[in-house]
Structure formats: structure tokens, C-alpha cells
Design a protein. Structure first.
Length: 124
């Protein structure tokens, strides 16, 4: 009978130690899980503010704009800006914004994209 009590007591001790071990494992799991969460949310901006893209909202004068000013317009790269300035030097100032379609590489779609961004003013 004495040996039976001794065995029962040992079983309870082992059961208690197993419980403590499981609690320790659970604590470690929860600690690691909490550490995996990002402490601060990550901001992702998909678009740049308009002020950074084009700080000056005034229309660009096609008759006086430099190639650098023209490249700031959407869809106008260095080559197209060079063609616009070359056209202006060869044939004189633009009379209307629609005359821009006479430049190679500028069609109705590109002209529509530039609406409100370009103007034609007389050179003094």
C-alpha cells in the first residue's frame, strides 16, 4: 500500500511538471507571436501628391517654353520636346494649341492629355 501511494505521488509530481512545461511552451509561443506583429503600420503611397509632380499649375506657353519646360508635361519626353522646339524654330510660333498635332508624334490623344496644360500666347 505504501508503494502504491509513493507511485501515485510520483505520478502527480510528473503530471504537475508536465503542466508547468506546457505552460512554459504556451508562454514562449505567445511571446513569439506577439513579436511577429509589426509595431507600427507601414504606409504605402501609390501616388505622389500633385504638388510634387507639377508645382506650377499655370499653363505652359508653347511659343516660349524651353525643352526642359516641355518635358515636365505628361507624355512629352526629351525627343518630343526637341521636335516641338525645332518645329517652332522652323515654322514660327504656334497660332493655336491644335497646331501642335502638326508635330510628328503628337496626335489627338496626346493633345487631349495636354488640354489645359498648354497655351499659345503671342510673343512680344
Amino acid at each position: 500500500m505504501e508503494t502504491r501511494r509513493k507511485i501515485a505521488r510520483e505520478e502527480w509530481v510528473l503530471l504537475g511538471l508536465t503542466g508547468l512545461f506546457l505552460c512554459l511552451l504556451l508562454g514562449m509561443f505567445l511571446h513569439d507571436r506577439a513579436a511577429m506583429k509589426s509595431p507600427t503600420p507601414v504606409e504605402t503611397a501609390l501616388t505622389a501628391p500633385v504638388e510634387e509632380v507639377r508645382p506650377d499649375p499655370s499653363p505652359v506657353n508653347l511659343n516660349t517654353a524651353s525643352a526642359e519646360e516641355l518635358t515636365a508635361l505628361p507624355g512629352i519626353g526629351e525627343e518630343l520636346a526637341r521636335r516641338i522646339t525645332a518645329y517652332r524654330e522652323e515654322r514660327g510660333p504656334f497660332k493655336t494649341v491644335e497646331d501642335l498635332t502638326d508635330v510628328s508624334g503628337i496626335g489627338q490623344g496626346k493633345l487631349a492629355a495636354l488640354e489645359g496644360l498648354v497655351t499659345v500666347e503671342e510673343i512680344e
